[in-house]
Design a protein around this ligand. Structure first.
Ligand code: DAU
Length: 470
């Protein structure tokens, strides 16, 4: 029987076909294409592969020629076992080359928010270690609390910033990580509109610093440790701009960032892509839709609306409330991150969404309905005194976000097809869990809303409310 190891060096055409096929896990078809002895056979093989690769797989002009050429150039490694050849080429290895093992450290230099701590608590495993980084004492204290309460006993926090190259490099040296989850980012669009300074620093310069340290570190690795190393870069669907009423973002959607935040994330994605291409860094990008769930900082719309409602404050819906977001429960996103890190095709991109499109006004009304049911206003003394019957009476349409993207929606077909991922938590179920979590954690809410957060609320909402009243 023909195996990859027994084949002669393939031509560039067949190499490209092999790459496509392997990436899509059609190993048998790949072997057949590699066995082609003439250009005609190779072309026929490519066609057969195209028909089994699905609509987007083989037509990804982003990487096929590059990988094909690399595969061709690397044929002297054909004597190695399949897994090692494929891993060294960065092709998706059907046998999970980057699976995390007990006790292995990953650098997750996020800020200790919901995604980081839940990832660590549920996904890295009890003996594996994750290292987090945060800049201010205030956020560090919150991050430590998040980790302790989520049961993420395996996270260590370090004070600092990812823009500090010597610090990041020293973390690589000290912890010798099996991989990186690069989750560190400034993430709030409204803040980026007020000032983009921190966004350029953290998202662009910080990502560059992480990439440089990862590159140096990777060069110091050999053998299996090198083959298994992955750099997972967490990005956003906002890099693709705004959709009209129809259509979805996919891995083929061109970049068109509209806010300073999304521009900074797009820049970071481009740096990651350049490091994949130029230095062969085994990086993978995830562009995810709107997360929600426990531990989310209250500046984001879902916790903001829940917490404002519970304290009888206005619920500030931007514009006419018709903007649409695709909501994903944070734990579904964490599962996707772990899966992509371990089994995703290296140097690939995955878009991930919850498949829950909601107009903002419908989202806020739903939050109000659930609150009416589980925390009726007449039972909350301070609210009862306001003489209101439903939380929805607190809804106010306020001045819109400048440049507000109209609609985001994700086609998660690639991650579903390649990795078998799909969102498991329905939107209503996730929303209820989230509301319960914020209701049950008033101390956390007090801590998260103390300090500089109050200044932000004043800065972002005072003028909007004033305009509404004028
Ligand atoms: O799409 C993924 C992105 O989702 C992430 O990359 C970002 O880090 C994350 O912040 C989020 O961006 P959004 O701008 O969509 O999220 P935000 O929670 O700020 O707003 C969601 C929608 O709600 C948006 O259309 C603006 C609207 N909104 C937001 C706030 C804070 C309001 O109507 N009122 C508000 O007070």
């Amino acid at each position: 029987m023909t195996t990859l190891e027994s084949l002669p060096a393939p031509s560039a055409d067949t190499a490209a076909a092999i790459h496509d096929a392997v990436r899509e896990r059609y190993a048998e078809a790949a072997v057949a294409a590699a066995a082609a002895t003439s250009p005609e056979e190779a072309a026929a093989g490519s066609e057969a592969l195209a028909s089994c690769c699905g609509p987007d797989g083989c037509s990804d002009e982003r990487s096929s020629p590059v990988f094909g050429a690399e595969l061709y150039a690397a044929t002297d490694r054909a004597a190695l076992p399949n897994a090692a050849v494929l891993a060294s080429l960065g092709c998706g290895n059907p046998t999970a080359v980057a699976e995390l093992r007990e006790g292995e450290t990953v650098l997750d230099l996020g800020s200790g928010g919901g995604i980081d701590v839940l990832l660590s608590a549920r996904r890295v495993g009890p003996t594996g270690r994750a290292i987090g980084l945060d800049m201010t004492d205030e956020m560090l204290a919150l991050a430590r609390r998040n980790a302790a309460e989520a049961g993420a006993t395996n996270v260590e926090f370090v004070k600092g910033t990812i823009t500090d190259r010597p610090l990041v490099a020293s973390l690589f040296d000290k912890y010798e990580p099996a991989g990186v989850f690069h989750l560190a980012a400034e993430s709030h669009v409204d803040r980026s509109i007020v000032s983009a300074d921190d966004f350029v620093q953290t998202n662009v310069v910080g990502t560059y610093s992480m990439l440089e340290s990862a590159r140096t570190y990777l060069n110091s690795l050999i053998g299996e440790r090198k083959d298994r190393f992955r750099f997972l870069h967490l990005s956003t669907d906002e890099v693709f701009g705004s959709l009209g009423e129809a259509g979805y973002f996919s891995e083929q959607t061109p970049y068109a960032p509209n806010s300073p935040y999304s521009a900074s994330k797009a820049a970071s994605d481009h740096f990651v892509r350049a490091y994949q291409h130029t230095y062969g860094l085994p990086a993978i990008i995830i562009n995810c839709s709107n997360n929600y769930g426990p531990y989310q900082f209250p500046e984001k719309v879902i916790p903001l609306m829940i917490l404002n409602a519970l304290s009888g404050k206005p619920l500030p819906v931007y514009g006419d409330g018709s903007n649409v977001r695709d909501w994903i429960y944070v734990e579904d996103h964490c599962r996707a991150i772990r899966l992509v890190f371990e089994r995703g095709a290296s140097r690939e991109t995955y878009v991930v969404g919850g498949g829950n499109e909601r107009r903002n006004i419908d989202l806020v009304r739903r939050i109000c309905n659930i609150l009416d049911e589980i925390a009726p206003m007449e039972e909350v003394q301070s609210l009862h005194e306001q003489g209101l019957k439903s939380y929805s009476e607190l809804i106010h349409f306020v001045e819109d976000r400048p440049g507000h993207d109209q609609r985001y929606a994700i086609d998660s077909a690639r991650i579903a097809r390649q990795l078998g991922w799909q969102a498991e938590v329905g939107f209503d179920e996730g929303l209820r869990r989230t509301i319960h979590w914020y209701l049950s954690n008033p101390d956390w809410v007090d801590q998260a809303s103390s300090g500089s957060y109050g200044e932000w609320i004043e800065k972002n909402y005072a003028w909007r409310i004033r305009k509404e009243g004028s």
